[in-house]
Design a protein around this ligand. Structure first.
Ligand code: GDP
Length: 593
């Protein structure tokens, strides 16, 4: 392909807005599939887990041939635990397709990725999908998108975004919201005419930046990225410039381009191509593959540091093996190390015990997804309480702090700020642009975020959005996740409802730090997981309508019956493990060897 015939784009969509269907139709109509291959593999099919959580975890490549053009489409993950990956993908493309449901409009979850795309000066195209829906309201949706672009700091060119109205379901598109054409022509044409083609030069020494990793049993580690300069050939000797500045000699054993959903072997590729390289065993994200005679490194890509760790352990509970695959330490080890081949933000360390591994990652969601995936593969295992990774600098202990971005409806702002206050968050910015949604920005010890998502969703009734990214290491914060002190004074309806009085240090059932304000929906009693959500606050046992309480007030508590993994991790004590099987998540006492 001549450089003028290549387009590299990322795709952004809220879950269920039709990204997969759209890419499927683009593939089918372009004839990129041969007939018998059609539809068998769905494009970018995200797994169940991704769907449930409303995020895509792994970026995948699709390539579409349209007339004489090659259109590379890279999927984007939608969550900030994967912020590093989003950032890297944005460096690999020249444009972005924002797919928006014609009825639901732009959902806040896509904001994070969209903001990154705009910051990288990418050229956007807005696809208003599901235009066939009777309730479609395309004009309003476009207005909302425009407002969002302004809020996210789009430049003047970006604000002139072209709009394509589509029904991925029907396989149709048009530039006119009132009348659909018969096919995806309007969308293909808009991509080709609006997204700039690569302009890098082929005449200079090779530079290829490793942006994503893939893994295959036969080929081993596969490096995916964009050729930034020059030409790369099968069999070519190259220099690999590591993140640490070392230069290693290597050879390109196999080179792949993308076609449809497949990788196809190619002999050579040039500047602007998105390709995959196999045969360099230790290759890693952010390394440059360069001309061996004139090696020049590209700027190192940022990889977010792991800030949270957990021990993963063979399930040694007496009930092990009843609900899943009985997993040996060798199998557990293999599974964890396989994960490292493609996930750069993850770290696995062995311990003195062959049965235990310390797994470090970007946050609860990041580690939680690994656990859930293993669970679905049939594994049984135990995990310990998540802990932040403390660093020692100049003899002083330092803990990780995260930058937390929150979008909440105005009415839940107070409760959210209060809850973050007890978690030692410091507000650094607040934007209220009168839309009813408020954006708050905090610096918070990573420790304070453990278990926060569940509480946050309760407080905002599911309407809040939170994203966080590593900020820096700082002094140990005091009192974060500390125990709340108080005491149970009476119990109603058996096991599930309690009245507790705060501030009396006696029998140690409900713990609330003296002076700490508590409020309905707040989860308390960190060390007593049986008494944990405050469902009602009353003064002197009278059920009056107060929202917050302090020392000596009476509260009514409720025990959640079932544990999601996220809840279980939050309630976990130091002397317990969380037992994970395909069927259940349970807390169990540690068995000491
Ligand atoms: P993704 O999560 O963004 O990949 O969304 P999918 O492509 O899986 O689509 C989610 C749901 O929306 C599926 O049930 C699709 O059949 C449906 N869908 C996708 N595109 C359209 C469309 O243009 N019109 C209608 N009515 N439904 C659509």
């Amino acid at each position: 392909h001549a450089r003028e015939n290549i387009r590299n784009i990322a795709i952004i969509a809220h879950v269920d807005h039709g990204k997969t269907t759209l890419v499927d139709k683009l593939l089918q109509q372009s004839g990129t599939f041969r007939e018998h291959e059609a539809v068998q593999e769905r494009a970018m099919d995200s797994n169940d887990l991704e769907r449930e959580r409303g995020i895509t975890i792994l970026a995948k490549n699709t390539a579409i041939t349209y007339k004489e053009n090659l259109i590379n489409i890279v999927d984007t993950p939608g969550h900030a635990d994967f912020g590093g990956e989003v950032e890297r993908i944005m460096k690999m493309v020249d444009g972005v397709l924002l797919v928006v449901d014609a009825y639901e409009g732009c959902m806040p979850q896509t904001k994070f990725v969209l903001r990154k795309a705009l910051e990288h000066q990418l050229t956007p195209i807005v696809v208003v999908n599901k235009i066939d829906r009777p309730a479609a309201r395309p004009a309003e949706v476009i207005d909302e998108v425009l407002d969002l672009f302004i809020e996210l700091g789009a430049n003047d060119d970006q604000l002139e975004f072209p709009v394509v109205y589509a029904s991925a379901l029907m396989g149709t598109s048009s530039l006119d919201p009132e009348k659909q054409d018969e096919n995806m022509e309007a969308l293909y044409e808009t991509i080709v005419s609006h997204i700039p083609h690569p302009t890098e030069t082929m005449d200079e020494p090779l530079q290829f930046l490793v942006t994503l990793l893939d893994y295959n049993e036969y080929l081993g580690r596969i490096a995916v990225g964009r050729v930034n300069r020059g030409v790369i050939r099968q069999g070519q000797p190259v220099a690999v410039m590591t993140r640490e500045g070392a230069v290693k000699q290597a050879r390109i054993e196999k080179l792949f381009g993308f076609q449809g959903l497949k990788r196809i072997e190619i002999d050579e590729a040039g500047a602007g191509d998105i390709i995959a390289v196999a045969g360099i065993r230790e290759i890693n994200i952010g390394e440059t593959i360069a001309d061996s005679s004139k090696p020049e490194a590209l700027p190192v890509l940022k990889i977010d540091e792991p800030t949270l760790q957990m021990t993963f352990l063979v399930n040694n509970s007496p009930f092990a093996g009843r609900e899943g695959k009985w997993v040996t330490s060798r199998k557990l080890r293999e599974r964890l190390f396989k994960e490292l081949e493609t996930d750069v933000a993850l770290r696995v360390d062995e311990t003195d015990s062959p049965d235990a591994f310390i797994v470090s990652g970007r946050g609860e969601l990041h580690l939680g997804i690994l656990i859930e995936n293993m669970r679905r593969e049939g594994y049984e295992l135990q995990v310990s309480k998540p802990e932040v990774i403390i660093k020692e600098e100049d003899g002083k202990k330092q803990e990780p702090y995260e930058r937390l971005l929150i979008d909440v409806p105005e009415e839940s702002m107070g409760a959210v700020m209060e809850s973050l206050g007890t978690r030692k968050a410091e507000m650094v910015n607040m934007i209220n642009n009168g839309t009813g949604q408020v954006r708050l920005e905090f610096i918070i010890p990573a420790r304070g975020l453990i278990g926060y998502r569940t509480q946050f969703l309760t407080l905002t009734r599911g309407y809040g959005i939170m994203n966080h990214a590593f900020d820096s290491y700082g002094p140990l914060a005091t009192g974060v996740g500390g125990r709340h002190q108080g005491v149970l004074v009476s119990s109603e309806t058996g096991t599930s409802t309690f009245y507790g009085m705060l501030g009396v240090e006696d029998r140690g059932i409900l713990f609330v730090e003296p002076g700490t304000e508590i409020y309905e929906g707040m989860i308390v009693g960190e060390h007593t997981r049986d008494n944990d959500i405050i469902v009602n606050i009353c003064k002197e046992k009278q059920l009056t309508n107060v929202r917050s309480a302090t020392k000596d007030d009476t509260v009514k508590l409720k025990t959640p019956r079932t544990h999601s993994l996220e809840q279980a991790l939050e309630y976990l004590n130091d002397d317990e493990y969380c037992e994970i099987t395909p069927k259940s998540v349970r807390l169990r006492k540690k068995i000491l060897n």
